[in-house]
Design a protein around this ligand. Structure first.
Ligand SMILES: Nc1ncnc2c1ncn2[C@@H]1O[C@H](COP(=O)(O)OP(=O)(O)OP(=O)(O)O)[C@@H](O)[C@H]1O
Length: 609
């Protein structure tokens, strides 16, 4: 017998969560049956009073019937409250259950270059939770039980029941029609609103440039243009839904009049009691209400369904990695083998055929012109992105293995934009984890930040504001450095760590890197300002995404000096450490063009001082 293997997609967390709350949803469904059954109380009471009290004039019967009706209505109200609470709890439980996975999937999406989808995921999660506590969800559970009222009408008189049934079916048809004709517009409006929201958030991050350079009218125009599509789609969906809703309302009232007319005719023929006119009118209202309401609440249902589909897509693209096996602390031997990287959606590779090795305790300086691929290389080494082909290995294991095993504590990374979080200094250094104070202070001391922090109003507990807005550029960078060095990592990637540092800061950084090297950590320093490279053991020159030169610092300095590399870096004596970065050379125009030029102008400034 031939064995065939079919590869099934693992269930996403959102699918699992919905499966797990199936039993609770079934309970709500069952509860809704009793709720709708108890909604028969008033019409039944009406019929009973007319048939048994008015004819017998029995006060006892009236009291008894009223007592039963009051109890039934009280139970009804209790069950209604219970249903609302259950649905709210299910919404909150779902949110709790999938929040971490949504966050992971959103971060993955942002890393894939889809920040809009990432931001939308958070809103969709919120939408899912609030849907369960809203009226639309309650109405949805009433919908399947409308036949109870049609059945009750049939019991009053078959003709009235048939009328109710036909009207219910017609209204249900209208609800489906409403969904069909508005679905596309609602989806288009939802996507356009989310894009516009994302654009607005992105613009808010640049308020200083907007305010200083009078860019507000331009910003307003961009937002207006982005929103116009959303508004059009929303209007088109709104107009169609409004026409259908108006027709549905007319149909309901028409049916109500027709049913009452027929009931009156049946009373005249002595087929039913006069109370049946009112009872059937109430029953008809109860049977048509949820169906008509569905037309109004369909937009909420469509929106939450679209949100579910988006979350499902995002989670399928970022399947959760189960907690990998614990791995011992790495030695820090780094190797890149034939690494290529093409950014998502880009036509050409940002990195090509990068192969290099670093022993533990070595410092690598990465230099090269702007756009050469230095930051991309840093992100690959830090395990943030994965190579399109080739391997980045630490101690022989792929970076994804370390990340899967929760090995983030072994790594430190300082991004080019420092990326701090609103919260205390302590939280930021400790990577938002509960860690011993000594470790936090050790990291701050290592980068020479401890004294500065102690001078802040609440020391390590000072709130630095969103993105570290209450700190200076240099303080932010040093805080980012302390975070990168926190926990004594084995591999540290620093992307332009000295870009905002003054001379003292740069000296402290140099000392910190040397200290980390002495502890056996492997450090990769990306730099535009070459001064920091003078402490590296090896130097990599990147140009146009490929290796221009790689070797020991002295070897590279020698090659530059003798003109054996195609790239002409100014000041090999800075690289080989024979000269401190403070030097009196004039900037080399060829390098100034190829790099941002900042390195040389800074060094020249220092030379002048
Ligand atoms: N997400 C992306 N999508 C498209 N292209 C990208 C993306 N990220 C990087 N690139 C491209 O890859 C190349 C390398 O970028 P990278 O940021 O690594 O350069 P760099 O050497 O760090 O430059 P700089 O010194 O100016 O920071 C650039 O041409 C850039 O346009």
């Amino acid at each position: 017998m031939a064995l065939t293997w079919t590869k099934t997609r693992p269930r996403t967390e959102i699918e699992t969560a919905f499966r797990l709350c199936r039993a609770s949803l079934l309970m709500v469904f069952g509860l809704s049956f009793f709720l709708n059954l108890l909604a028969l109380t008033v019409p039944l009471y009406l019929l009973q009073v007319y048939d048994h009290v008015l004819s017998s004039h029995s006060i006892d019967t009236l009291v008894m019937l009223t007592g039963i009706a009051v109890v039934a209505l009280a139970v009804n109200a209790m069950l209604d409250g219970l249903r609302r609470e259950m649905l709210s709890r299910i919404g909150i439980w779902l949110d709790d259950r999938i929040q971490a996975s949504v966050l992971t999937a959103a971060v993955q999406a942002a890393l894939r270059g889809e920040p809009g989808s990432a931001a939308q995921a958070w809103r969709d999660l919120n939408g899912l939770r609030t849907f369960f506590s809203g009226n639309a969800c309650n109405a949805l559970f009433d919908l399947p039980w409308t036949p109870i009222f049609v059945l009750a009408m049939i019991l009053v008189h078959p003709l009235l029941g048939i009328l109710g049934l036909v009207a219910s079916l017609m209204l249900f048809g209208l609800a489906l029609l409403n969904e069909a004709v508005t679905r596309k517009s609602v989806a288009r409006a939802s996507t356009a609103w989310s894009n516009s929201q994302h654009r607005f958030e992105a613009l808010l991050r640049n308020v200083e440039a907007i305010s200083a350079m009078g860019m507000l009218p331009g910003v307003a125009r961009i937002l207006h243009d982005e929103q116009s599509e959303a508004k059009q789609a929303q209007m088109s969906a709104g107009i169609r839904a409004a026409s259908i809703q108006s027709f549905a309302r007319f149909l309901r009232l028409l049916t109500q009049v027709t049913v009452m007319a027929f009931a009156a005719w049946l009373v005249i023929r002595h087929d039913i009691s006069p109370a049946a006119i009112f009872a059937s009118s109430i029953l008809l209202g109860r049977s048509l209400g949820p169906v008509e309401g569905a037309i109004g609440t369909w937009k909420a249902v469509t929106t939450v369904r679209l949100g579910y589909a988006r979350l499902q897509r995002l989670m399928t693209a970022a399947p959760p990695n189960g907690p990998g096996m614990w791995l011992p602390r790495p030695k820090g031997e780094l190797s890149l083998e034939q690494v290529y990287y093409t950014p998502p959606g880009a036509d050409s590779s940002a990195l090509r055929r990068v192969t290099l090795d670093l022993k533990s305790g070595e410092v690598l300086g990465v230099v090269g012109p702007s756009g050469a691929g230095k930051s991309t290389l840093g992100r690959l080494i830090a395990g943030i992105i994965t190579p399109s082909s080739g391997h980045v290995r630490l101690d022989g294991a792929d970076m994804s293995v370390w990340m899967g095993a929760g090995g983030h504590g072994h790594f430190g990374y300082l991004p080019q934009d420092v990326e701090l979080f609103g919260g205390s200094v302590r939280d930021n250094i400790a990577r938002l984890q509960d860690s011993p104070s000594e470790d936090v202070i050790a990291a701050a001391t290592l980068v020479g930040l401890h004294e500065t922090i102690m001078r802040l109003p609440q020391g390590y507990d000072t709130d630095i504001g969103e993105g570290g807005s209450r700190l200076s550029g240099g303080q932010r960078q040093r805080l980012g450095l302390a975070r990168a060095f926190f926990g004594d990592p084995r591999l540290v990637v620093l992307d332009e760590p000295n870009a905002s540092l003054d001379q003292d800061g740069e000296d402290a950084l140099r000392q910190a890197i040397l200290e980390m090297r002495d502890r056996g950590a492997t450090v990769v320093v990306i730099a535009q300002r070459l001064g920091i490279i003078s402490i590296s053991d090896k130097v990599l020159i990147l140009e146009n995404g490929a290796i221009n030169a790689f070797g020991s610092r002295r070897d590279i300095a020698e090659r530059i000096r003798s003109g054996r590399t195609a790239i002409k870096l100014k000041g090999p004596q800075v690289i080989d450490g024979r000269k401190r970065p403070v030097q009196d050379t004039k900037p080399d125009p060829s390098l100034a063009e190829r790099t941002s030029g900042q390195m040389l102008s800074d060094e020249t400034k220092r030379a002048a001082s």
